[in-house]
Design a protein around this ligand. Structure first.
Ligand code: ADP
Length: 359
């Protein structure tokens, strides 16, 4: 099977950061995971970046780089910043310091200008920033030692990667503007392919470039985590069979697992609203599913208000996608066709990226 592989790409969690010595390939610091925060660097980032820029968050890659730069006494001249997938791909192709514009968004790369902005290029650590290619660009053929050790063909190429969530979007093959993917996992995340770029830090909305289009998205704190607080997966299956999805539920909730919402309403103090609870559990679940569908609809409406292409069709990924009654409720509430995505694995999306590179 391996002898048939002609192209490789890898996705990784964006903002998971490694600082590597480009001469030795050794890590100069412990890898920082995507959700680790470097609040010490945030005031510095805010003082150099435009207000509300994507990097203005304690967990951004830029905060991680600056935090390391300010606190480390290891040698810095040959340091290079790598994202998780850059590092893995580097092990395969051997050219250090190459990344893609999806992963590099959170370090401040501007995918529209196709360069780092002047406020970043003028910083003393700018030499540590990786050089950037479009996702799915051939970097080189696979290293000889890896090729022979694992039995890849001689012409097998290694391409730039992307982030996990973008790879999952690519997996659904939603390739036209107006197509969207809603992930109904622990939280509700929406992603929409748009011809226009929109960014609004108030709602945590930002755009990733995908060739000549933009992938815009936002994430609400509602979703499956609330359902799991109230029902087991088995109960969800059983109660759902009793729901008539064509009938509107009169119940109006705002299901949140804890205080605070970011998208489509930005309110860190927003309280969950999960009452009044009717006696019938199926009616309660119906009300909750419908309320989550309304939040999803509000999310797509907000993206449109902010200037994105209008949503036309929604594919669904995540644990909630297997609930056909919920899908029907969502079709009614959204007023759109809703389908379960055939493929939702990020690895499938990365494979499509690798395929595109050689076409
Ligand atoms: P994540 O990867 O974000 O943890 P998953 O995509 O694995 O989440 O989905 C898990 C979620 O799906 C759980 O929170 C659970 O409540 C929800 N879920 C599982 N079964 C159903 C169902 N039949 N209907 C609606 N939601 C469901």
């Amino acid at each position: 099977m391996r002898s048939l592989i002609t192209s490789i790409s890898i996705d990784g969690t964006s903002a998971t950061t490694l600082i590597i010595d480009s001469k030795t390939g050794e890590a100069l610091a412990r890898p920082l995971l995507y959700n680790e925060s470097c609040p010490d660097a945030l005031p510095i980032v805010k003082s150099i970046a435009p207000s509300n820029h994507t990097v203005c968050s304690g967990s951004s890659t830029l905060c991680k780089l600056i935090s390391w730069w300010a606190s480390s006494d290891s040698s810095k001249e040959s340091a290079v910043l790598m994202h998780q997938s850059d590092w893995l791909l580097w092990l395969l192709h051997g050219k250090i310091g190459v990344s893609d514009y999806n992963n590099a968004l959170k370090v401040g790369y501007d995918p529209e200008l196709e360069s780092y902005p002047p406020w970043l290029k003028s910083q003393p650590y700018s030499h540590a920033l990786p050089s950037i290619q479009a996702p799915g660009t051939i970097i080189s053929t696979i290293k000889k030692d890896i090729r022979t050790k694992f039995g890849f063909p001689e012409d097998c190429v290694v391409c730039t990667g992307t982030t996990d969530s973008i790879a999952a979007f690519l997996a659904a093959r939603a390739t036209l503007p107006g197509k969207a993917v809603t992930s109904l996992g622990s939280t509700l995340a929406i992603k929409l392919l748009s011809t226009t770029r929109i960014d609004d830090a108030r709602f945590g909305v930002y755009s990733h470039r995908l060739d000549d289009k933009w992938l815009v998205g936002g994430a609400s704190n509602t979703g499956g985590a609330v359902l799991r607080q109230l029902f087991s997966d088995e109960q969800l299956d059983n109660l759902s069979t009793q729901i008539n999805p064509n009938e509107a539920s009169p119940l109006d909730y705002y299901p949140l697992p804890a205080e605070g919402e970011r998208f489509p309403i930005a309110d860190p103090k927003m309280a969950p609203r999960l009452g009044p609870r009717p006696q019938c559990d199926a009616a309660y679940l119906h009300g909750i599913l419908e309320s989550i569908a309304r939040i999803e609809a509000k999310g797509y409406a907000l993206l449109k208000d902010l200037g994105a292409t209008k949503v036309e069709e929604v594919f669904t990924a995540g644990g909630g996608s297997k609930n056909d009654k919920w899908t029907k409720i969502r079709e009614r509430v959204l007023g759109l066709p809703v389908r379960r995505a055939l493929q939702t694995e990020a690895a499938y999306g990365a494979a499509l990226l690798a395929l595109k590179a050689t076409e």
